[in-house]
Design a protein around this ligand. Structure first.
Ligand SMILES: NC(=O)c1ccc[n+]([C@@H]2O[C@H](COP(=O)([O-])OP(=O)(O)OC[C@H]3O[C@@H](n4cnc5c(N)ncnc54)[C@H](O)[C@@H]3O)[C@@H](O)[C@H]2O)c1
Length: 309
């Protein structure tokens, strides 16, 4: 039985607890503010029936919830675990403090992973005796609906720690993607940033409306992207595969890249984009739409799980 410690019981710590417990692992859940842990269990108890109804839970909700155990201290949380996932605040001093304590108490050979969205592991692990076992395992929110996890080592992280994290993530039914060295934004947000930068530029230049821009991804690019990446997409779009595609269209893309110069996201542009969104979705309806999004994601995941590979 794999045992993991989830450190921090906020939004992401709760979500990771679902991921690990759903996959049959025992979870020790700790938070600096003890009242957060029962609140997290209540939140998880509310989510599990939805996942069962969507066909995304193999075991009964009660059985999954019973695998999540509150821990009274970091030392108690990491006792006997195979892996640690840290989910404290997105601030370097707090991460330094948490990792120092985790490194003091976790047995040698146990990977210490941070969920950080954007802080490199080198910023909070440099001085630790066990820095070779520390890395980032960055989830996409919520990880129980979006399986990708970006694994990013610090310069001193040893290869076994990356390999072990990939194993744990695979066992947890997540999909690991290794980033070979530290880079700002990891990879997913760099890709999203490239797309957003061009989307903002096209709208700013009056070439397309915000509604039609979203339609271009939703009804165009995005349909394939839910089951294949951009490299496989172009590989299938020319008779001779990727190299043939690049021979045919490389000149076009080279011209486009020259035109894609940096553009500030100034107040006027943001105001225009925000006004378009608020016309579509008043802010007081955002929660309703988020619930709708999660239901659509669950249905998509269930569909994907039912397909042959
Ligand atoms: N929210 C997201 O969409 C998202 C996505 C991917 C990664 N992450 C990362 O996950 C981590 C947690 O984010 P979150 O959204 O769950 O935040 P959150 O605020 O919901 O949870 C943070 C938890 O840390 C605890 N905490 C507060 N002060 C602390 C301290 N000084 N020391 C230790 N713990 C303390 C809080 O009680 C809280 O439970 C962050 O590093 C964040 O960047 C977040």
């Amino acid at each position: 039985m794999t045992k993991v410690a989830v450190i921090g019981a906020g939004l992401i710590g709760r979500a990771w607890s679902i991921v690990f417990a759903r996959a049959g692992m025992e979870v020790a859940l700790w938070d600096k503010f003890p009242e957060t842990v029962p609140a997290a269990r209540d939140y998880i108890a509310d989510r599990l029936p939805e996942l069962r109804d969507a066909g995304l839970l193999a075991d009964a909700p009660d059985a999954v919830l019973a695998r999540i155990h509150p821990a009274a201290s970091i030392a108690e949380a990491v006792a006997g675990v195979d892996y640690v996932q840290e989910n404290g605040p997105e601030r370097i001093p707090e991460k330094q403090e948490l990792f120092a304590e985790l490194d003091r108490h976790a047995a040698p050979g146990v990977v210490l992973a941070s969920s950080t969205s954007g802080i490199p592991a080198s910023a909070f692990t440099e001085g630790l005796a066990g820095r070779a076992r520390c890395l980032v395992a960055h989830p996409v929110n919520p990880p129980y609906l979006i399986p990708l996890v970006e694994i990013c080592p610090a310069p001193w992280t040893e290869a076994w720690a990356v390999a072990r994290t990939r194993e744990i993530m695979t066992e947890a039914r997540q999909v690991p993607a290794t980033i070979n060295r530290e880079v700002q934004g990891f990879v997913l947000n760099r890709l999203q940033g490239a797309l957003l930068a061009e989307a903002f530029r096209l709208i700013d230049d009056g070439l397309i409306s915000p509604e039609d821009l979203d339609a271009t991804v939703k009804h165009g690019l995005g349909l394939r992207w839910s089951f294949m990446g951009p490299l496989e997409t172009i590989d299938l779009n020319a008779p001779g595969g990727l190299a043939d595609y690049c021979a045919r269209y490389g000149g076009l893309y080279a011209d486009l890249q020259k035109q894609m110069t940096p553009r500030a996201w100034d107040a006027e542009l943001i105001g225009k984009l925000d006004a378009a969104r608020r016309a579509e979705l008043p802010l007081n309806m955002q929660g309703v739409r988020q619930e709708w999004r999660d239901r659509r994601l669950m249905a998509l995941l269930a569909h994907k799980a039912a397909q042959p590979d």
